[in-house]
Design a protein around this ligand. Sequence first.
Ligand SMILES: NC(=O)c1ccc[n+]([C@@H]2O[C@H](COP(=O)([O-])OP(=O)(O)OC[C@H]3O[C@@H](n4cnc5c(N)ncnc54)[C@H](OP(=O)(O)O)[C@@H]3O)[C@@H](O)[C@H]2O)c1
Length: 334
Amino acid sequence: MIEPPYTPSPSRYDNGMCYRRAGRSGILLPALSLGLWQNFGSRQSFSKVCEMAHYAFDHGIVHFDLANNYGPEYGTAEENFGRLMERSFRPYRDELFIATKAGYDMWPGPYGNWGSRKYLMASLDQSLRRMKLDYVDIFYSHRYDPETPLEETLQTLVDIVRSGKALYVGLSRYPLEAARFAFDYLAARDVRCLLFQDRLNLFDRNPVESGVFDLSVAAGSGFIVFSPLAQGLLTGRYLDGIPAGSRMAEGRTLHSEVLDEAMLTRLRGLDDLARQRGQTLAEMALAWLLRDERITSVIVGASSTAQIEDNLRALKCLHFSDEELDRIERLIRG
Ligand SMILES: NC(=O)c1ccc[n+]([C@@H]2O[C@H](COP(=O)([O-])OP(=O)(O)OC[C@H]3O[C@@H](n4cnc5c(N)ncnc54)[C@H](OP(=O)(O)O)[C@@H]3O)[C@@H](O)[C@H]2O)c1
């Protein structure tokens, strides 16, 4: 069957999406971005990939977050994104902000992992080929490599921008002192870090507690959150057991041991509070992050358009009373 050509919604910028500035830069990003870590690779049907990506774009989600090894299998989320570019997104390339990364294991041998110049340069070339792109909007060092001299990794990021293969660069999951060095190194070469990416959610405050959040804001970098829903834990998904097909049922990156009685009590309490606010638990968890204007965007994952729809509704109410915030802290402490 010949698929009809994709025409994006004419109201994609009037659907309630808000756009936030990434630190001290010219870039505005949607408050909600879509991550393709899971559910967009070769184990997913391509029609479902198209459905979710189109739904996102139709609702003003112009930022798609990828990495070389997203799938599963490794590389296949980028391959599917390349098919999307060819089939539907190419005419809208200048409306899209596309990210990729390298830093985790990608291919065998000594040059397919971590932070060497050899790995980062080769990986970005492969990503561009898979995604059928001439350039990405942002290329990240996906993690700090304690063995490679940091100057080598960072100079590679600078050279990548100068080569035109990425417009901006970012850092993901760097510890505080490495992040401090990196912000300074990049700024001294006029290639500032556009986005610092880290995990932050109601259960995991590490970037705030470690000081890396404040540091990145002070350095003029945007701050973009991954796993804002704790991989689905902070939603209604597991309140009545572990559904077939869920991330926890697959057990690769979210394990059923976390769902003990204490966790269920927390989740039920948070769910009650969300209902009183007129939100789902997922909406409240996202709103709790986005109430802080210094957070540029939250990258959500999804396995259906209904989940994206639910998550978009979070934008309708980002306000919390002091009493609600106190109650959240009490519920989380248990
Ligand atoms: N820089 C890094 O090192 C790094 C690490 C991890 C992730 N990331 C990026 O961040 C993105 C998001 O991470 P994540 O996927 O862990 O984020 P997440 O948003 O915390 O979790 C996404 C999962 O939660 C469930 N979900 C989402 N919305 C829901 C809703 N409204 N109701 C019920 N369930 C819902 C779905 O689970 P089911 O699949 O079970 O339906 C979905 O796959 C990734 O795709 C990636 O781009 C970056």
